[in-house]
Design a protein around this ligand. Structure first.
Ligand code: GLU
Length: 415
Protein backbone atom coordinates (compact mmCIF):
# COMPACT_ATOMS: atom_id res chain seq x y z
CA UNK A 1 0.00 0.00 0.00
CA UNK A 2 1.26 3.49 -0.83
CA UNK A 3 2.28 5.63 2.14
CA UNK A 4 0.20 8.76 1.70
CA UNK A 5 -0.13 11.33 4.46
CA UNK A 6 -3.81 11.41 5.52
CA UNK A 7 -3.48 14.88 7.03
CA UNK A 8 -2.20 16.33 3.74
CA UNK A 9 -5.17 14.70 2.06
CA UNK A 10 -7.58 16.18 4.62
CA UNK A 11 -6.04 19.62 4.01
CA UNK A 12 -6.29 19.26 0.24
CA UNK A 13 -9.94 18.32 0.53
CA UNK A 14 -10.56 21.39 2.67
CA UNK A 15 -8.62 23.62 0.22
CA UNK A 16 -10.97 22.56 -2.57
CA UNK A 17 -13.98 23.42 -0.43
CA UNK A 18 -12.45 26.78 0.55
CA UNK A 19 -12.44 27.68 -3.16
CA UNK A 20 -16.05 26.65 -3.70
CA UNK A 21 -17.17 28.57 -0.60
CA UNK A 22 -14.80 31.48 -1.40
CA UNK A 23 -13.58 31.34 2.21
CA UNK A 24 -11.68 34.27 3.64
CA UNK A 25 -7.95 33.26 3.75
CA UNK A 26 -7.80 33.83 7.53
CA UNK A 27 -10.82 31.61 8.14
CA UNK A 28 -9.36 28.99 5.82
CA UNK A 29 -6.08 29.12 7.78
CA UNK A 30 -7.91 28.48 11.07
CA UNK A 31 -9.67 25.46 9.60
CA UNK A 32 -6.50 23.92 8.11
CA UNK A 33 -4.89 23.01 11.44
CA UNK A 34 -5.95 21.53 14.79
CA UNK A 35 -6.69 23.93 17.66
CA UNK A 36 -5.00 21.83 20.34
CA UNK A 37 -2.73 18.78 20.45
CA UNK A 38 -1.69 16.74 23.43
CA UNK A 39 1.22 14.27 23.10
CA UNK A 40 1.64 11.90 26.04
CA UNK A 41 4.05 9.19 27.19
CA UNK A 42 2.39 6.25 28.88
CA UNK A 43 4.46 3.98 31.12
CA UNK A 44 2.86 0.54 31.46
CA UNK A 45 3.92 -2.44 33.59
CA UNK A 46 3.97 -5.43 31.27
CA UNK A 47 3.07 -8.94 32.47
CA UNK A 48 6.71 -10.05 32.18
CA UNK A 49 7.76 -7.53 34.82
CA UNK A 50 9.27 -4.97 32.40
CA UNK A 51 8.01 -1.43 31.91
CA UNK A 52 7.26 -0.09 28.43
CA UNK A 53 6.51 3.49 27.45
CA UNK A 54 3.83 3.95 24.80
CA UNK A 55 3.18 7.13 22.85
CA UNK A 56 -0.32 8.57 22.75
CA UNK A 57 -2.16 11.59 21.35
CA UNK A 58 -5.38 13.51 21.82
CA UNK A 59 -6.04 16.13 19.16
CA UNK A 60 -8.92 18.59 19.38
CA UNK A 61 -9.46 20.04 15.94
CA UNK A 62 -12.26 22.58 16.28
CA UNK A 63 -14.84 23.21 19.01
CA UNK A 64 -16.82 26.07 17.46
CA UNK A 65 -20.01 23.98 17.37
CA UNK A 66 -19.61 22.39 20.81
CA UNK A 67 -17.44 20.06 22.89
CA UNK A 68 -15.11 18.00 20.72
CA UNK A 69 -15.92 14.37 20.01
CA UNK A 70 -14.12 11.44 18.43
CA UNK A 71 -12.69 7.98 18.97
CA UNK A 72 -9.41 6.62 20.29
CA UNK A 73 -7.46 4.17 18.13
CA UNK A 74 -4.95 1.58 19.29
CA UNK A 75 -2.76 0.80 16.29
CA UNK A 76 0.89 -0.19 15.72
CA UNK A 77 1.15 2.15 12.72
CA UNK A 78 -0.61 5.11 14.30
CA UNK A 79 0.95 8.46 13.42
CA UNK A 80 0.25 11.96 14.66
CA UNK A 81 -0.74 13.00 11.14
CA UNK A 82 -3.31 10.22 10.92
CA UNK A 83 -4.83 11.40 14.20
CA UNK A 84 -4.80 15.01 12.92
CA UNK A 85 -6.64 13.98 9.75
CA UNK A 86 -9.14 11.92 11.71
CA UNK A 87 -9.80 14.83 14.09
CA UNK A 88 -10.52 17.09 11.10
CA UNK A 89 -12.88 14.51 9.62
CA UNK A 90 -14.66 14.24 13.00
CA UNK A 91 -15.24 18.01 12.92
CA UNK A 92 -16.83 17.79 9.48
CA UNK A 93 -18.74 14.63 10.43
CA UNK A 94 -20.39 16.09 13.54
CA UNK A 95 -21.23 19.25 11.65
CA UNK A 96 -22.68 17.41 8.65
CA UNK A 97 -24.97 15.40 10.93
CA UNK A 98 -25.88 18.65 12.67
CA UNK A 99 -24.75 17.38 16.10
CA UNK A 100 -23.92 20.12 18.64
CA UNK A 101 -20.30 18.90 18.76
CA UNK A 102 -16.84 19.69 17.44
CA UNK A 103 -14.23 17.17 16.33
CA UNK A 104 -11.31 15.38 18.00
CA UNK A 105 -9.41 12.11 17.80
CA UNK A 106 -7.03 10.12 19.95
CA UNK A 107 -4.55 7.36 19.36
CA UNK A 108 -1.95 5.17 21.03
CA UNK A 109 0.87 3.51 19.12
CA UNK A 110 0.60 -0.10 20.29
CA UNK A 111 -0.25 -3.54 19.00
CA UNK A 112 -3.29 -4.73 20.98
CA UNK A 113 -3.04 -8.19 19.39
CA UNK A 114 0.24 -8.74 21.19
CA UNK A 115 -0.96 -7.45 24.56
CA UNK A 116 -2.83 -9.24 27.32
CA UNK A 117 -6.18 -8.05 28.68
CA UNK A 118 -4.45 -6.78 31.83
CA UNK A 119 -1.82 -4.86 29.87
CA UNK A 120 -4.54 -3.25 27.76
CA UNK A 121 -6.40 -2.25 30.91
CA UNK A 122 -3.27 -0.65 32.38
CA UNK A 123 -2.58 1.15 29.10
CA UNK A 124 -6.17 2.49 28.93
CA UNK A 125 -5.96 3.79 32.51
CA UNK A 126 -2.51 5.31 31.89
CA UNK A 127 -3.96 7.22 28.94
CA UNK A 128 -6.76 8.72 31.06
CA UNK A 129 -4.23 9.62 33.76
CA UNK A 130 -2.43 11.76 31.21
CA UNK A 131 -5.37 13.34 29.35
CA UNK A 132 -8.06 13.72 32.04
CA UNK A 133 -7.62 17.46 32.38
CA UNK A 134 -8.32 17.94 28.69
CA UNK A 135 -11.42 15.76 28.39
CA UNK A 136 -14.82 15.80 30.11
CA UNK A 137 -18.53 15.75 29.32
CA UNK A 138 -18.52 19.45 28.40
CA UNK A 139 -15.05 19.52 26.83
CA UNK A 140 -14.08 16.50 24.79
CA UNK A 141 -15.77 13.10 24.75
CA UNK A 142 -13.79 10.09 23.41
CA UNK A 143 -15.27 6.88 21.97
CA UNK A 144 -14.13 3.59 20.42
CA UNK A 145 -12.34 3.35 17.08
CA UNK A 146 -9.95 0.87 15.46
CA UNK A 147 -8.99 -1.89 17.99
CA UNK A 148 -10.72 -0.26 20.96
CA UNK A 149 -13.95 -1.74 22.35
CA UNK A 150 -16.75 -1.10 24.82
CA UNK A 151 -14.52 -2.76 27.44
CA UNK A 152 -11.78 -0.18 26.73
CA UNK A 153 -14.38 2.57 27.21
CA UNK A 154 -15.54 1.06 30.53
CA UNK A 155 -11.97 1.09 31.91
CA UNK A 156 -11.45 4.66 30.74
CA UNK A 157 -14.77 5.85 32.18
CA UNK A 158 -13.91 4.17 35.48
CA UNK A 159 -10.47 5.80 35.66
CA UNK A 160 -11.89 9.23 34.86
CA UNK A 161 -14.69 8.74 37.45
CA UNK A 162 -12.16 7.86 40.14
CA UNK A 163 -10.28 11.09 39.47
CA UNK A 164 -13.53 13.10 39.38
CA UNK A 165 -14.72 11.45 42.62
CA UNK A 166 -18.07 10.52 41.07
CA UNK A 167 -19.44 8.38 38.24
CA UNK A 168 -19.10 10.30 34.99
CA UNK A 169 -20.88 8.32 32.30
CA UNK A 170 -20.92 11.37 30.03
CA UNK A 171 -17.13 11.51 29.62
CA UNK A 172 -16.97 8.73 27.03
CA UNK A 173 -19.35 6.94 24.67
CA UNK A 174 -19.49 3.44 23.23
CA UNK A 175 -19.70 2.08 26.77
CA UNK A 176 -21.16 -1.37 27.57
CA UNK A 177 -24.95 -1.49 27.77
CA UNK A 178 -25.19 -1.93 31.54
CA UNK A 179 -22.56 0.72 32.15
CA UNK A 180 -24.24 3.83 30.67
CA UNK A 181 -24.07 2.60 27.08
CA UNK A 182 -26.79 3.09 24.48
CA UNK A 183 -28.90 0.48 22.75
CA UNK A 184 -27.91 0.28 19.11
CA UNK A 185 -24.36 1.65 19.52
CA UNK A 186 -22.67 -1.66 18.60
CA UNK A 187 -23.80 -1.74 14.97
CA UNK A 188 -24.49 1.99 14.60
CA UNK A 189 -21.66 2.75 12.15
CA UNK A 190 -22.70 -0.02 9.76
CA UNK A 191 -26.44 0.59 10.17
CA UNK A 192 -26.06 4.31 9.51
CA UNK A 193 -24.00 3.51 6.41
CA UNK A 194 -26.67 1.14 5.15
CA UNK A 195 -29.34 3.82 5.45
CA UNK A 196 -27.22 5.99 3.13
CA UNK A 197 -26.72 3.07 0.71
CA UNK A 198 -30.50 2.63 0.64
CA UNK A 199 -30.92 6.31 -0.30
CA UNK A 200 -28.15 6.18 -2.95
CA UNK A 201 -29.68 3.04 -4.47
CA UNK A 202 -33.09 4.73 -4.64
CA UNK A 203 -31.52 7.73 -6.37
CA UNK A 204 -29.91 5.50 -9.02
CA UNK A 205 -32.76 3.00 -9.42
CA UNK A 206 -30.71 0.09 -8.04
CA UNK A 207 -32.79 -2.74 -6.57
CA UNK A 208 -30.87 -3.80 -3.45
CA UNK A 209 -32.67 -7.18 -3.35
CA UNK A 210 -30.83 -8.07 -6.54
CA UNK A 211 -27.57 -6.37 -5.59
CA UNK A 212 -24.17 -7.93 -4.90
CA UNK A 213 -21.85 -6.49 -2.24
CA UNK A 214 -18.11 -6.71 -1.51
CA UNK A 215 -16.73 -5.58 1.85
CA UNK A 216 -13.07 -4.83 2.53
CA UNK A 217 -12.44 -5.22 6.27
CA UNK A 218 -14.23 -7.55 8.68
CA UNK A 219 -13.92 -5.73 12.00
CA UNK A 220 -16.92 -4.26 13.82
CA UNK A 221 -18.11 -2.13 10.88
CA UNK A 222 -17.43 -4.75 8.18
CA UNK A 223 -19.12 -7.64 9.99
CA UNK A 224 -22.26 -5.66 10.88
CA UNK A 225 -22.43 -4.26 7.34
CA UNK A 226 -22.40 -7.81 5.95
CA UNK A 227 -25.05 -8.96 8.40
CA UNK A 228 -27.31 -5.96 7.81
CA UNK A 229 -26.95 -6.08 4.00
CA UNK A 230 -28.61 -9.45 4.27
CA UNK A 231 -31.18 -8.74 6.95
CA UNK A 232 -32.24 -5.21 5.88
CA UNK A 233 -31.92 -5.48 2.08
CA UNK A 234 -31.63 -9.17 1.29
CA UNK A 235 -28.57 -8.31 -0.82
CA UNK A 236 -25.93 -10.93 -1.64
CA UNK A 237 -22.56 -10.35 0.07
CA UNK A 238 -20.18 -12.17 -2.31
CA UNK A 239 -16.77 -11.15 -0.94
CA UNK A 240 -15.21 -9.99 2.32
CA UNK A 241 -11.63 -9.56 3.47
CA UNK A 242 -9.44 -8.67 6.43
CA UNK A 243 -5.77 -7.75 6.81
CA UNK A 244 -4.70 -11.32 5.89
CA UNK A 245 -6.70 -11.61 2.64
CA UNK A 246 -10.20 -12.13 1.26
CA UNK A 247 -12.78 -14.76 0.32
CA UNK A 248 -15.35 -14.95 -2.50
CA UNK A 249 -18.45 -16.99 -3.24
CA UNK A 250 -20.74 -15.81 -6.07
CA UNK A 251 -23.74 -17.53 -4.44
CA UNK A 252 -23.34 -15.36 -1.33
CA UNK A 253 -21.51 -15.71 1.98
CA UNK A 254 -22.94 -16.34 5.46
CA UNK A 255 -21.80 -13.40 7.65
CA UNK A 256 -22.31 -15.27 10.95
CA UNK A 257 -20.37 -18.36 9.79
CA UNK A 258 -17.51 -16.09 8.67
CA UNK A 259 -17.48 -14.35 12.02
CA UNK A 260 -17.25 -17.70 13.82
CA UNK A 261 -14.47 -18.81 11.47
CA UNK A 262 -12.58 -15.55 12.11
CA UNK A 263 -12.95 -15.91 15.88
CA UNK A 264 -11.60 -19.47 15.70
CA UNK A 265 -8.76 -18.95 13.21
CA UNK A 266 -7.95 -15.24 13.50
CA UNK A 267 -8.95 -14.44 9.90
CA UNK A 268 -11.68 -14.79 7.28
CA UNK A 269 -9.27 -16.58 4.92
CA UNK A 270 -9.53 -20.34 4.29
CA UNK A 271 -13.27 -20.33 4.95
CA UNK A 272 -14.74 -23.56 3.47
CA UNK A 273 -16.63 -23.23 0.13
CA UNK A 274 -14.96 -19.97 -0.86
CA UNK A 275 -12.29 -18.92 -3.36
CA UNK A 276 -9.53 -16.68 -2.12
CA UNK A 277 -9.21 -13.08 -3.37
CA UNK A 278 -6.60 -10.52 -2.41
CA UNK A 279 -7.33 -7.20 -0.72
CA UNK A 280 -6.52 -5.50 -4.04
CA UNK A 281 -8.80 -7.76 -6.09
CA UNK A 282 -11.74 -7.25 -3.79
CA UNK A 283 -11.83 -3.55 -4.70
CA UNK A 284 -12.16 -4.32 -8.40
CA UNK A 285 -14.82 -7.06 -8.27
CA UNK A 286 -17.86 -6.77 -10.50
CA UNK A 287 -20.36 -5.96 -7.74
CA UNK A 288 -23.06 -3.33 -7.30
CA UNK A 289 -21.91 -2.04 -3.91
CA UNK A 290 -18.33 -1.85 -2.63
CA UNK A 291 -17.83 -1.10 1.06
CA UNK A 292 -14.29 -0.21 2.15
CA UNK A 293 -14.54 -0.77 5.91
CA UNK A 294 -10.90 -0.97 6.98
CA UNK A 295 -8.13 1.63 6.75
CA UNK A 296 -7.09 4.80 4.88
CA UNK A 297 -5.87 5.23 1.29
CA UNK A 298 -6.92 1.92 -0.22
CA UNK A 299 -8.57 3.37 -3.35
CA UNK A 300 -5.92 5.35 -5.22
CA UNK A 301 -5.31 6.62 -8.76
CA UNK A 302 -3.82 3.19 -9.54
CA UNK A 303 -6.85 1.03 -8.80
CA UNK A 304 -9.72 3.57 -9.06
CA UNK A 305 -10.05 3.02 -12.86
CA UNK A 306 -10.66 -0.68 -12.10
CA UNK A 307 -13.50 -0.10 -9.59
CA UNK A 308 -16.64 -1.58 -11.15
CA UNK A 309 -19.12 -1.02 -8.33
CA UNK A 310 -21.94 1.48 -8.89
CA UNK A 311 -21.93 2.60 -5.28
CA UNK A 312 -18.81 2.93 -3.11
CA UNK A 313 -19.90 3.32 0.51
CA UNK A 314 -16.97 4.48 2.63
CA UNK A 315 -17.46 2.96 6.08
CA UNK A 316 -13.73 3.43 6.79
CA UNK A 317 -12.27 6.86 7.41
CA UNK A 318 -10.29 8.22 4.44
CA UNK A 319 -10.27 5.15 2.16
CA UNK A 320 -10.04 7.14 -1.12
CA UNK A 321 -7.38 9.63 -2.22
CA UNK A 322 -8.37 12.89 -3.98
CA UNK A 323 -7.04 11.51 -7.30
CA UNK A 324 -9.19 8.40 -6.87
CA UNK A 325 -12.19 10.63 -6.14
CA UNK A 326 -11.85 12.41 -9.48
CA UNK A 327 -11.56 9.13 -11.38
CA UNK A 328 -14.58 7.57 -9.64
CA UNK A 329 -16.64 10.70 -10.26
CA UNK A 330 -15.72 10.70 -13.96
CA UNK A 331 -16.67 7.01 -14.16
CA UNK A 332 -20.10 7.80 -12.64
CA UNK A 333 -19.46 5.76 -9.51
CA UNK A 334 -21.62 7.10 -6.69
CA UNK A 335 -19.30 7.62 -3.71
CA UNK A 336 -20.92 8.02 -0.31
CA UNK A 337 -18.08 9.89 1.38
CA UNK A 338 -16.65 8.66 4.67
CA UNK A 339 -17.78 11.39 6.99
CA UNK A 340 -21.34 10.94 5.76
CA UNK A 341 -21.36 7.15 5.34
CA UNK A 342 -19.75 6.26 8.68
CA UNK A 343 -21.41 8.98 10.77
CA UNK A 344 -23.83 6.50 12.37
CA UNK A 345 -21.28 5.71 15.08
CA UNK A 346 -20.90 9.23 16.36
CA UNK A 347 -24.61 9.93 15.90
CA UNK A 348 -25.54 7.12 18.31
CA UNK A 349 -22.64 8.27 20.52
CA UNK A 350 -24.39 11.62 20.68
CA UNK A 351 -27.66 9.84 21.58
CA UNK A 352 -25.69 8.03 24.29
CA UNK A 353 -24.50 11.37 25.72
CA UNK A 354 -28.05 12.73 25.69
CA UNK A 355 -29.30 9.64 27.54
CA UNK A 356 -26.43 9.91 30.06
CA UNK A 357 -27.34 13.55 30.82
CA UNK A 358 -31.03 12.63 30.96
CA UNK A 359 -30.49 9.53 33.14
CA UNK A 360 -33.18 7.93 31.01
CA UNK A 361 -32.59 5.36 28.29
CA UNK A 362 -34.30 4.75 24.95
CA UNK A 363 -35.00 1.35 23.43
CA UNK A 364 -33.35 0.06 20.28
CA UNK A 365 -36.32 0.84 18.04
CA UNK A 366 -36.22 4.49 19.07
CA UNK A 367 -32.46 4.67 18.42
CA UNK A 368 -32.88 3.11 14.96
CA UNK A 369 -35.64 5.55 14.00
CA UNK A 370 -33.70 8.58 15.19
CA UNK A 371 -30.54 7.34 13.46
CA UNK A 372 -32.40 6.71 10.20
CA UNK A 373 -33.78 10.24 10.19
CA UNK A 374 -30.38 11.83 10.90
CA UNK A 375 -28.59 9.78 8.22
CA UNK A 376 -31.33 10.24 5.61
CA UNK A 377 -31.51 14.02 6.17
CA UNK A 378 -27.71 14.34 5.95
CA UNK A 379 -27.58 12.22 2.79
CA UNK A 380 -30.15 14.40 1.04
CA UNK A 381 -28.57 17.67 2.07
CA UNK A 382 -25.30 16.41 0.53
CA UNK A 383 -27.02 15.08 -2.59
CA UNK A 384 -28.93 18.34 -3.13
CA UNK A 385 -25.77 20.41 -2.64
CA UNK A 386 -23.87 18.20 -5.07
CA UNK A 387 -26.59 18.73 -7.70
CA UNK A 388 -26.90 22.45 -7.03
CA UNK A 389 -23.16 23.19 -7.38
CA UNK A 390 -22.41 20.36 -9.81
CA UNK A 391 -19.72 18.93 -7.51
CA UNK A 392 -19.08 15.39 -6.31
CA UNK A 393 -20.58 14.02 -3.10
CA UNK A 394 -17.41 14.51 -1.03
CA UNK A 395 -17.05 18.14 -2.08
CA UNK A 396 -20.74 18.66 -1.34
CA UNK A 397 -20.37 17.10 2.12
CA UNK A 398 -17.50 19.51 2.80
CA UNK A 399 -19.56 22.49 1.64
CA UNK A 400 -22.45 21.66 4.01
CA UNK A 401 -20.19 20.83 6.98
CA UNK A 402 -17.59 23.60 6.67
CA UNK A 403 -20.24 26.27 6.16
CA UNK A 404 -21.88 25.35 9.47
CA UNK A 405 -18.54 25.48 11.32
CA UNK A 406 -17.72 28.87 9.78
CA UNK A 407 -21.17 30.20 10.76
CA UNK A 408 -20.57 29.03 14.35
CA UNK A 409 -17.16 30.74 14.43
CA UNK A 410 -18.82 33.95 13.23
CA UNK A 411 -21.58 33.72 15.85
CA UNK A 412 -18.98 33.23 18.58
CA UNK A 413 -17.13 36.30 17.33
CA UNK A 414 -13.93 34.40 16.49
CA UNK A 415 -13.82 35.80 12.95
N1 GLU B 1 -14.74 6.45 16.02
C1 GLU B 1 -16.01 6.69 15.41
C2 GLU B 1 -15.88 7.62 14.22
O1 GLU B 1 -14.85 7.69 13.58
C3 GLU B 1 -17.03 7.19 16.42
C4 GLU B 1 -16.64 8.43 17.12
C5 GLU B 1 -17.55 8.77 18.29
O2 GLU B 1 -18.50 8.04 18.51
O3 GLU B 1 -17.30 9.77 18.94
O4 GLU B 1 -16.81 8.25 13.80
Amino acid sequence: MEKLNPFEIAQRQLDKCAKTLKLDPGVHAILRVPTRELHVSLPVHMDDGTTRVFQGFRIQYNDARGPTKGGIRFHPEETVDTVRALSAWMTWKCSLLDLPLGGAKGGIICNPREMSENELQRLSRAYINQVWQFIGPGKDIPAPDVYTTSQTMAWMMDEYSKIAGQTQFGVITGKPLNMGGSAGRGDATARGGLYTIREAAREHGIDLKEATVAIQGYGNAGYHAARLCRSLFNSRVVAVSDSKGGIFNGEGLDPEAIREHKTETGSVINMPNTKSVSNEEILELDVDVLIPAAMENVITEKNAPGVRARIVAELANGPSTPEADDILHKNHVHVIPDFLCNAGGVTVSYFEMVQNFYMYYWDEKEIHERLDKKMTDAFHSVLNTSKKHDINMREAAYVVAVKRVVDAMKLRGWI
